[in-house]
Write a protein that binds this ligand. Structure first.
Ligand SMILES: [Fe+2]
Length: 196
């Protein structure tokens, strides 16, 4: 484990109730086993991270949209989950058998897409987030899969984590992964650059 990531053994396990307060959308996952594995992955990430739950409501959701960005990490992550869910429901409504969307897989994958950022980010002395050395070596799609697999998250959900960002352009995405990718990018690219 990289030295800059908080030593796991020194940390008290994050209360699972805190995870459900951070992510009320976990309750949208109908399969109890998948819901618990998804929550456990966030618990593990927070246990390993230098970031605390309150930091997630403070730090900006991306480091790539300039210093004035006000949208918090949690606001963006939750927006992506809400947009992905609405999109999945509409796909099932209009395309049904042609393009069935597994809602549990979609929601779990959307909740976990950026969980690896908890290992990617570090905080400077002023509490500003930046990409640490670990994150330079292993961007969050990679660290996210690592965290999720160690909590027993199934491959069809890990696939969404792995392919949600630019790295995923190199492989064939599932329908659920396409939805999360686009929900993420449609709420990121206009913050980064847009025609005004
Ligand atoms: Fe991401």
């Amino acid at each position: 484990m990289h030295s800059l990531i908080k030593a796991f053994s020194n940390s008290k396990k994050m209360n699972i109730k805190t995870i459900y307060e951070l992510w009320p959308e976990l309750n949208w996952i109908e399969n109890i086993e998948l819901r618990e594995k998804t929550a456990k992955t966030w618990q593990l990430a927070l246990d390993k991270s230098v970031l605390k739950p309150e930091d997630l409501n403070r730090i900006p959701f991306t480091l790539l949209a300039g210093p004035d960005l006000k949208v918090s990490f949690m606001d963006h992550k939750r927006a992506v989950v809400h947009i992905a869910r609405e999109s999945g429901l509409k796909m099932n409504e209009f395309f049904k058998d042609e393009l069935p969307v597994n809602m549990d897989v979609l929601i779990s994958g959307a909740i976990l897409a950026d969980v690896g950022k908890l290992l990617e980010y570090e905080l400077d002395k002023d509490g500003k987030s930046f990409q640490g050395k670990y994150g330079e070596y292993l961007r969050h799609p990679f660290s996210g899969v690592s965290l999720a697999e160690s909590c027993g998250v199934p491959p069809e959900v890990c696939h969404i984590i792995a392919t949600h960002a630019g790295e995923g352009d190199l492989v064939k995405r599932t329908t659920e992964a396409y939805i999360v990718h686009h929900a993420d990018f449609m709420t990121f690219l206009p913050f980064k650059s847009r025609l005004k």
